[in-house]
Design a binder for this molecule. Structure first.
Ligand code: ZN
Ligand code: ZN
Length: 302
């Protein structure tokens, strides 16, 4: 089960209430960051998560509000004695941009840092998690990510195991992936359950590519720069409204919709929530620093 920490829920420029985009997703003790707006390192320090436990950072696109926090965070990790490797990914051109910025600075980053461009369709392993990349529509090279926990093995059918001549000592071998007398673990267990999943869109207008990519995820973290009264602006700037994000959630049959990247022209998040909830009732509009935990029925503020 994932925990979701909203470190920056604002858009384009920070405000007193909302920092620039960053969502931390934790599974076990491993943390992945999605986007890294300016000020992310301080947001992390003021939160309940340790930035030393961040295993990977995925940037959605090269607008400054989504990645200007990286140089400072990467440097602070080094100054704090980080030894663990860190993977930092973004769309085509990202590694060149970040390496250029880091190359202009004095001082070396001494922990193993891998900076990579990734593209829609790519699949990456981060510790025990699987991250897949999908394309979004933001008028420039942009992409979102789905992170999924491993599937949960089905229950062992002891009666069936007995019938097939599998004894207690054989289980360890089966669990290690071995075949025993032509039997594999799957022959004596019920169907596995899909691992929990979270999708993060970054900036995007409503499009079929996103709907297909996020279909059936447990939590969809979607941008909601505008309210529906400014639909024209949203279309012009390749952004979403609360309503269009909710339509995506509904068409993709996701579990819970979380709206972030809210323009600071909207002071009342209840209004944003209400607009989306007309289309998709299970909608949450978090505040900065709110931590949600996944449950079997959605997400819960903790
Ligand atoms: Zn943005
Ligand atoms: Zn953008």
């Amino acid at each position: 089960m994932f925990d979701l920490l909203f470190l920056g829920t604002g858009a384009s420029v920070p405000s007193r209430d909302r920092a620039l985009p960053c969502v931390a997703v934790r599974s076990g003790s491993d943390i992945i960051l999605f986007d890294c707006g300016e000020g992310t390192q301080r947001q992390l320090m003021c939160s309940r998560f340790s930035f030393m436990k961040v295993r990977a950072i995925f940037v959605t696109h090269l607008h400054g509000d989504h990645f200007f926090g990286l140089p400072g965070l990467l440097q602070t990790m080094g100054l704090s004695g980080r030894k663990d490797p860190l993977l930092v990914c973004g769309p085509a051109g990202f590694s060149n941009a970040l390496n250029t910025i880091l190359g202009l600075c004095e001082g070396e980053i001494e922990y193993p840092l891998e900076i990579r461009d990734v593209a829609p369709g790519d699949e990456l392993d981060v510790q025990h998690l699987k991250v897949t990349v999908f394309g979004t529509d933001h008028g420039i090279m942009s992409q979102g990510y789905v992170v999924r926990e491993p599937e949960i093995r089905g229950k062992v059918d002891t009666k069936r195991a007995k019938e097939l001549g599998i004894s207690g000592k054989d289980f360890k071998r089966l669990e290690a992936g071995e075949t025993v007398n032509g039997i594999i673990l799957r022959d004596i267990t019920s169907s596995p359950t899909l691992g929990k999943s979270v999708a993060y869109t970054g900036d995007t207008s409503k499009c079929q590519t996103v709907i297909d990519a996020v279909r059936g995820v447990d939590v969809l973290i979607h941008e909601s720069t505008y309210s529906a009264v400014e639909t024209e602006k949203a279309v012009e700037h390749h952004h979403s409204t609360a309503r269009s994000a909710a339509e995506t959630a509904k068409e993709a049959e996701v579990g819970t919709l979380v709206l972030v990247h809210v323009s600071n022209r909207y002071k009342d998040r209840n209004q944003i929530q209400a607009e989306a909830a007309e289309v998709f009732p299970d909608t949450v509009v978090p505040e900065d620093f709110q931590l949600y935990s996944m449950t079997s029925r959605g997400i819960r503020l903790i």
